[in-house]
Design a protein around this ligand. Structure first.
Ligand SMILES: C[S@@+](CC[C@H](N)C(=O)[O-])C[C@H]1O[C@@H](n2cnc3c(N)ncnc32)[C@H](O)[C@@H]1O
Length: 222
C-alpha cells in the first residue's frame, strides 16, 4: 500500500527521534530474563553474547558463565568490560559448531537465533541443557499477520517515550555499547517459530512482547 506524504514525514520524524534517543531493546528484557531464573544456579551459557552485558548479570547468580559470540570485536569488548568477574569466560565461536561440554543449568540466546538456521540451533541449545535446565530465547520475528502489524503500530509511540526516558536516565544520547554488535533482519514469522518450538522443545512457552520481540521459555525434562 502506498504511503501518503504525511505518513512519510511522520516516519522520517520517528527515525530521527529514535536516532537521537537510542535505547537497547534487548537489554530492556534482561529483568524479564532474570525473573525466569532461580536466585542461584550452576553453569550458564549466553550465546550471541555481544558485549557481555547479560553474561555479567547472570554471573552474579551463577557458579560460572560462558559467553559465546562469532564477532571478535564484541568478544574483545565483553572481555574488556568483565575484568572484575572471575566466574566468567568469553569465547569467539559459533554456537552451532563450538565444542561445548553441555550440562548447562541456564542457556540464554538474545537476538541471535535469527542469525543462524533456527531449527538446528534450537535443537543444539536444547541438547546442551542439564536435566531440568532452562533455555530462554529472546528473538525478533518477521511481521506477517494483522495482529503483528497492529502490535507493531502500538509499539511506535511507546518506543518514542521509552527512548526519551532511557536517554534521560543514562544522561547521554550515545548509543549503548551493546548496540554495536552485528545485527541481521528477522527471517521467520512467529507462527513458523512456534511450529519449530512445538517439534523441538515440546512444552516451551512462546510469547510475543511489545517491542518487536518474542520470548521462548523451555525447561528440559528433569
Ligand atoms: C543483535 S546482536 C545481540 C547481542 C546480545 N545478545 C545483546 O542482546 O546485546 C547478535 C549477536 O549474535 C552474534 N552471532 C551471530 N551469529 C552467531 C553464531 N553463529 N554464533 C554465536 N554468535 C553469533 C553476533 O556477532 C552478535 O553479537
Amino acid at each position: 500500500m502506498a504511503m501518503t506524504a504525511a505518513g512519510r514525514r511522520g516516519l522520517a520524524w520517528c527515525k530521527e527521534w529514535n536516532r537521537q534517543h537510542p535505547w537497547d531493546h534487548n537489554a530492556h528484557h534482561h529483568a524479564w530474563i532474570e525473573r525466569q531464573l532461580p536466585s542461584r544456579f550452576g553453569t550458564a551459557l549466553d550465546v550471541g553474547c555481544g558485549s557481555g552485558d547479560l553474561a555479567r548479570r547472570l554471573s552474579r547468580r551463577a557458579s560460572h558463565v560462558t559467553g559465546l559470540d562469532t564477532d571478535p570485536a564484541s568478544i574483545g569488548t565483553a572481555q574488556h568490560l568483565s575484568t572484575h568477574e572471575s566466574n566468567l569466560d568469553f569465547r569467539c565461536e559459533d554456537l552451532i559448531t563450538a565444542d561445548l561440554l553441555g550440562g548447562y543449568d541456564v542457556i540464554t540466546a538474545l537476538a541471535v537465533l535469527h542469525h543462524v538456521p533456527f531449527e538446528p540451533a534450537l535443537r543444539r541449545l536444547r541438547d546442551l541443557l542439564s536435566p531440568g535446565g532452562r533455555l530462554l530465547v529472546l528473538g525478533v520475528y518477521r511481521e506477517r499477520t494483522a495482529s503483528d502489524h497492529l502490535l507493531s503500530a502500538m509499539a511506535v509511540p511507546a518506543n518514542l517515550v521509552m527512548g526519551m526516558v532511557k536517554t534521560r536516565q543514562r544522561g547521554s544520547a550515545q548509543r549503548p555499547v551493546a548496540m554495536s554488535a552485528p545485527t541481521a533482519p528477522a527471517t521467520m514469522t512467529l507462527r513458523e517459530i512456534r511450529d519449530v518450538a512445538r517439534r523441538r522443545t515440546p512444552g516451551a512457552v512462546v510469547r510475543r512482547h511489545l517491542f518487536w520481540r518474542y520470548s521462548l521459555r523451555y525447561t528440559a525434562p528433569a
